[in-house]
Write a protein that binds this ligand. Structure first.
Ligand SMILES: O=C(O)CCC(=O)C(=O)O
Length: 256
């Protein structure tokens, strides 16, 4: 089993490039539990909506801002997630939200270039001290529209964003100017791998025109000391709880 915690060289990689991938953080049975919860659990069923990209292709997205008692909560509070977020933030982390993204085979929509802080600035967060953990549920390949990042682009700071379809995208003329400045990295990953990325990292993904679905679970955190001026979608103001290391399988058995 590879290490499930980031070592100093991985942290240096994150600081320089704005992202870092940790392989095999979750085991096959834990990923199966998440897929089962994505396909038949009530949390996802109750919160899923469809969003269209700029060309009208749909992506199904389930999003929530609270922790509960289920597989998603166990994964969000896993020490393999929360401790790495704390390492990267250099301080205590607070849960912000979780989301399951379904990029269905043949039609799953694209995501425009954006920074997550392009959205979150407008939700009142004072500083870009926020990080996402992208948990891979299906093999993510260039063919099924894996996430692509511009390595080091978090150093640009927050860029202006506007509406594109149902999404928020970075201003197109600025994207054209900055894309050539950075290495563009397609994040091909296997189920159980986790990509940790900075909220100012520019990222995008293409439509999924392949025969294979691409599902993922993204958990977003705020630095506990980062103030949020009141809005509807608030991050928790307490340290994110940390569950036992076997909590995903326990939750799968108890709350399926
Ligand atoms: O999963 C994807 O293709 C893109 C998701 C994304 O960019 C986001 O949630 O900010």
């Amino acid at each position: 089993m590879p290490p499930t915690h980031l070592d100093p060289s991985a942290v240096a990689h994150y600081n320089e490039r704005g992202y870092v991938i940790l392989h095999q953080v979750f085991a096959e049975d834990e990923i199966s539990a998440m897929i089962e919860a994505a396909e038949s659990g009530s949390r996802v069923a109750d919160t899923t909506r469809s969003r269209q990209d700029g060309e009208g292709r749909p992506t199904r997205l389930a999003i929530w801002h609270d922790l509960g008692n289920d597989v998603w909560t166990a994964a969000s509070t896993s020490p393999r997630i929360v401790n790495n977020i704390r390492i990267l933030l250099g301080e205590e982390a607070a849960f912000f939200h979780g989301k399951v993204i379904f990029k269905d085979a043949h039609e799953g929509g694209a995501w425009e270039w954006h920074q997550d802080y392009g959205y979150w600035y407008n939700q009142g967060f004072a500083f870009p001290r926020m990080i996402s953990a992208f948990v891979v549920l299906d093999p993510a390949t260039e063919a099924n529209g894996c996430l692509q990042v511009l390595a080091g682009s978090h150093h640009l700071g927050r860029l202006d964003h506007g509406r594109v379809g149902d999404q928020t995208g970075t201003e197109a003329s600025r994207v054209d100017q900055v894309v050539p400045l950075f290495e563009r990295v397609p994040c091909e990953m296997d189920p159980g791998d986790v990509l940790f990325f900075h909220c100012n990292l520019l990222h995008t993904s293409e439509a999924n025109l392949s025969d294979h679905p691409r599902r993922s679970f993204i958990i977003c955190f705020n630095a506990l000391s980062n103030p949020q001026f009141a809005t509807k979608q608030t991050a928790e103001s307490r340290p994110c709880p940390v569950s036992a290391d076997n909590a995903i399988l326990t939750a799968a058995n108890e709350f399926a």
